[in-house]
Design a protein around this ligand. Structure first.
Ligand code: FAD
Length: 430
């Protein structure tokens, strides 16, 4: 029996395990290594941070579902991958051997790259459920004692949708608490323009997001490099096209949430041929590593080059729908290898994002990621808020049931009028 190991049980890893098990049935073992045994739906963290969701609403205990599906779980976490030996060393010293390894470890959050950044220092985060729970306490303090708020992302970040989303959610929550008039808000971002999103804009995201920020009285600073943060003050340099200093800002704040830059987790980074200098897994179009052909990667941990030159580093987002297409392609390819075939499936890697504002929202679809595109679409309305709730409910049901169905995603794409975005192209399929 072949041993397939999935490293990481986040948004990508859990459905990877389900799809893989469904493909191989009893002909191979599927083992998941994770840090802990609880799954938590990251896209709902912005709602947690303003008290619209609780931890339990968006968490799933994996052990019972996995055992029903005959998937083994190792909750100790991985210390290091040893690809030369085809094994993973766990934090308690146990070694797990594999024939195929699928890495789905998500991001390591690089707060330490900027002095004073992050939940251990002066700013909040919504990247992890624990951070979002802490942010909720700080948000409650803001409501009690209003003052300026700064929300955004730092240089090198690759996840801008949630930053905009959180700014609008905070705005909505403050309006509902009748405190918005006492909270001047600023959106701070390294993007060269509002709505760039790491994708050089999608459809009309520039106008849509500028207009939404203006409507909600949120000021913004683009091309912004955060130099350091101290209690209550953020030191930001706004740069010109050529990277030279345009203006230095000292921004006071009572509440701030800044998304950090991402890098690869220590269990995989620094392994020659497996990762790039930032610790992201290098893969080919089949999601497969070049040096270690029995190693695949999906989700935020994969290396994707930026879409173009920008004055400050701006990374490319990896969203849920895109990750799903990586999962399906990888399940196809690993099972092809087990059957003695060559991997042929290529994920479409479309960027699809629903940015919720708490009552309405903005949606965009970029296919492919790099412009010029076949689909370059953005829109707004109340339906986006409803669709985001649908995404959450459907995804959590999928994780709880252990079934890897794509019904909701397909339905959502049909509603958007865009067919077969998640289609897996089979090369040379005869
Ligand atoms: P993760 O979900 O982060 O999972 C990684 C897993 O690996 C975790 O369980 C972690 O514990 C585990 N792990 C890490 N290191 C180890 C180790 N050494 N050993 C064992 N396990 C390990 N996308 C959307 O499409 N829609 C959204 O609305 C959306 N909202 C987002 C909001 C926020 C705040 C953020 C940060 C991202 C959002 N995204 C959204 C983007 C993306 O879908 C999520 O980041 C998603 O969770 C990424 O999935 P992943 O599987 O790559 O990583």
């Amino acid at each position: 029996m072949k041993n397939i190991v999935v490293l990481g049980a986040g948004l990508g890893g859990v459905i990877m395990a389900y799809e893989m098990k469904e493909k191989v049935g009893s002909t191979a073992n599927v083992t998941v290594i994770n840090e802990g045994s609880t799954y938590s739906f990251v896209p709902s963290n912005p709602w947690v941070a303003v008290g619209w969701r609780d931890r339990d609403d968006i968490s799933v205990e994996l052990e019972p579902v996995f055992s029903r599906r005959d998937i083994a779980l190792k909750p100790q976490g991985a210390k290091k991958v040893h690809p030369e030996e085809n094994r993973v060393e766990l934090n308690d010293g146990e070694m797990v051997d594999y024939d195929y390894l699928i890495i789905a470890t998500g991001p390591d959050l690089a707060f330490d790259e900027i002095e004073g950044l992050g939940p251990q220092a002066c700013t909040e985060s919504i990247c992890h459920i624990d951070h979002a729970m802490d942010a909720k306490q700080s948000f409650e303090k803001l409501v009690e004692k209003p003052g300026p708020a700064i929300i955004g992302a730092v240089q090198g970040a690759s996840c801008y949708g949630p930053a905009y989303e959180f700014a609008f959610i905070v705005d909505t929550a403050l309006r509902r608490a009748k405190k918005r008039d006492q909270v001047p808000m600023t959106f701070v971002t390294p993007e060269p323009y509002i709505g760039h999103l790491g994708l050089d804009g999608v459809g009309d995201t520039k106008s849509l997001l500028e207009s939404a920020l203006r409507d909600q009285h949120i000021k913004w600073i683009t091309n912004a490099r955060v130099n350091r943060v101290e209690e209550g003050v953020m030191h930001v340099e706004e740069v010109n096209e050529d990277g030279s200093l345009k203006k230095a800002h000292e921004l006071p704040f009572s509440f701030s949430m800044m998304l950090p830059a991402f890098r690869g987790v220590s269990a995989v980074s620094g392994i020659e041929g497996l990762t790039n200098p930032r610790g992201f897994i290098t893969i080919d179009k089949h999601q497969r590593n070049g040096k270690y052909p029995n190693v695949f990667a999906i989700g935020v941990c994969v290396a994707i080059p930026p879409v173009g030159e920008t004055p400050l580093p701006v990374g490319v987002p990896k969203t849920g729908f895109m990750i799903e297409s990586m999962v399906t392609a990888t399940a196809e390819n690993v099972s092809a290898l087990i059957k003695g075939d060559e991997p042929r499936a290529v994920a479409t890697w479309n960027a699809i994002c629903l940015a919720d504002f708490g009552d309405k929202g903005i949606a965009f679809v970029a296919q492919p990621q790099l412009p010029p595109r076949n689909v370059n679409w953005s829109s707004q309305g109340r339906w986006v808020h409803a669709a985001k709730i649908g995404f959450e409910k459907y995804f959590l049901r999928k994780v709880r049931s252990g079934k890897s169905e794509t019904f909701y995603e397909n339905l959502a794409l049909d509603v958007l009028g865009i067919k077969k975005l998640k289609e897996i192209h089979m090369e040379d399929a005869g």
